[in-house]
Design a protein around this ligand. Structure first.
Ligand code: GLY
Ligand code: MN
Ligand code: MN
Length: 436
């Protein structure tokens, strides 16, 4: 990573943090990376997941007991934890593209942080467990957090570079995964092929990989990873929703594949078209919920085209029939967290705009602006429980149930890309990596 790019990023961050601290009346911000959590009645730890507000300040994702002390107008201090057991075996200080931007102090014990902390006019961001009695300042003040979350929606050039690189890693891994699918691998084996190609372990993934064959593609958060290898005649469809990490930034990509030609393959191709039309609609000034409504119209068009419904696309979107087939939102902010913060926020200082009543799972109600990064992820699924519910309503008469039965064994289809909105264009980071 380019040092200059990072230095420019830090200059922007420091301006943001300085004005946010001033607006909220604090001089100092103490941010803890996190502390390891031991499992109940055990001496093993849960995988460490860093405080996102820590990795927002420094690209360190794997080091508990570390702190950033940010004093308004000053170079931030990083208290970098190096356990005493390993003291003689590790480099004394990080020496990398970001390290010049911090005053770095090494801690050999977690408690050594206390001498650097000062509670006067300070705010603390992090989990308070184990540090409640320390001089950390006001814990997680609401307005300060709201302002920091709001700012995170506008990505700096360094952050966009990280997101592009996360996409590059994920696309390489997606290619390995589909090759494994075509070779007849089990879901478990496909996931191993993915992780191996990404060069990242499952605890580094931004979320649990979704790797579903056939009907499993209809389970929205399917992370079971069956070890069963399907005989060739039983291989029908494959949905993979998996990301990658770059300096704490996430990719979140979904592809669906047909094993052989036929109607499901045509549905996948048609979904690619619809998805790209929706990506093209991401423009500064557009309310994201409007795009979600457009998406339901397009899902209606697919249902009509493939003979699943008797009514028109518009009528299906209007009546809510399309929601049986696409129950989730069109997409979300993407950044340091896969569902990045602030999607429902209505102003920098706080307040939320809830999703429309009709679409309770929509994660984004903001007006689209330049430098924001979103996923666009339309889907169409045959989900037993939702189809069962539909059968009990008046809308059941609008459905060709024999067609539903034909497509149900394929589970569903979702196509998900990661997109940067610029003033004058949208950048599809995912398709750029595929060379499309
Ligand atoms: N992988 C989770 C999502 O697409 O939102
Ligand atoms: Mn996803
Ligand atoms: Mn997503």
């Amino acid at each position: 990573m380019d040092k200059k790019l990072y230095a420019t990023h830090m200059a922007t961050l420091r301006q943001r943090y300085d004005s946010i601290l001033e607006e909220t009346g604090f001089d100092t911000l103490n941010v803890l990376s996190g502390r390891p959590k031991v499992q109940f009645l055990d001496d093993n730890y849960y995988p460490f997941r860093v405080n996102p507000q820590f990795k927002a300040l420094v690209p360190v994702t794997d080091n508990p007991h570390s702190w950033v002390i940010y004093r308004r107008g000053q170079k931030p201090k990083l208290l970098f934890y190096r356990p005493v057991d390993f003291w003689h075996y590790v480099p004394p200080a990080p020496q990398t593209f970001w390290s010049d931007e911090y005053e770095i102090e090494l801690l050999s014990k977690p408690d050594e942080a206390k001498q650097f902390l000062d509670a006067s006019n300070a705010a603390f961001i992090g989990e308070t467990d184990g540090v409640e009695d320390w001089s950390i300042g006001t814990a997680n003040p609401e307005e300060l957090l709201a302002r920091l979350h709001w700012a995170r929606a506008y990505k700096t050039p360094y952050e966009m570079t990280c997101l592009r690189e996360a996409n590059r890693i994920a696309v390489r891994a997606h290619r390995a995964a589909v090759a494994a699918f075509r070779d007849g691998a089990s879901e478990f084996e496909i996931n191993l092929a993915y992780l191996n190609a990404a060069g990242q372990g499952e605890n580094q993934m931004p979320y649990g990989n979704i790797v579903g064959l056939n009907e499993h593609a209809a389970i929205l958060h399917y992370t079971h990873l069956s070890t069963e290898r399907l005989p060739e005649a039983e291989r029908r469809s494959f949905l993979i929703d998996a990301g990658a990490d770059c300096n704490g930034f996430c990719a979140d990509i979904t592809r669906s594949y047909a094993y052989r030609d036929g109607e499901y393959a045509e549905l996948v191709a048609a979904m690619h078209e619809k998805e790209q039309e929706l990506v093209a609609g991401l423009k500064p000034g557009v309310p994201y919920p409007d795009l979600h409504r457009d998406c339901h119209q397009k899902i209606g068009e697919l249902l009509e085209q493939f003979g699943v419904i008797k009514c028109s696309a518009g009528a299906a979107a209007e009546s809510g029939l399309t929601a049986t087939f696409m129950p989730h939102g069109l997409g979300h902010f993407l950044g340091l967290q896969v569902h990045d913060v602030g999607g429902h926020q209505s102003a920098p200082e706080g307040g939320t705009t809830p999703p429309p009543e009709k679409y309770p799972f929509l994660r984004t109600t903001r007006i689209v602006e330049a430098n924001q990064v979103f996923t666009i992820e339309p889907g169409l699924y045959f989900i037993d429980s939702l189809l069962g519910d539909l059968k009990d309503t008046g809308l059941a008469a609008e459905v060709h149930w024999d067609k539903v039965e034909e497509l149900r064994p394929f589970g569903g289809v979702r196509i998900e890309d990661n997109v940067v909105v610029h003033e004058d264009r949208v950048e599809n980071m995912t398709r750029d990596c595929y060379g499309e």
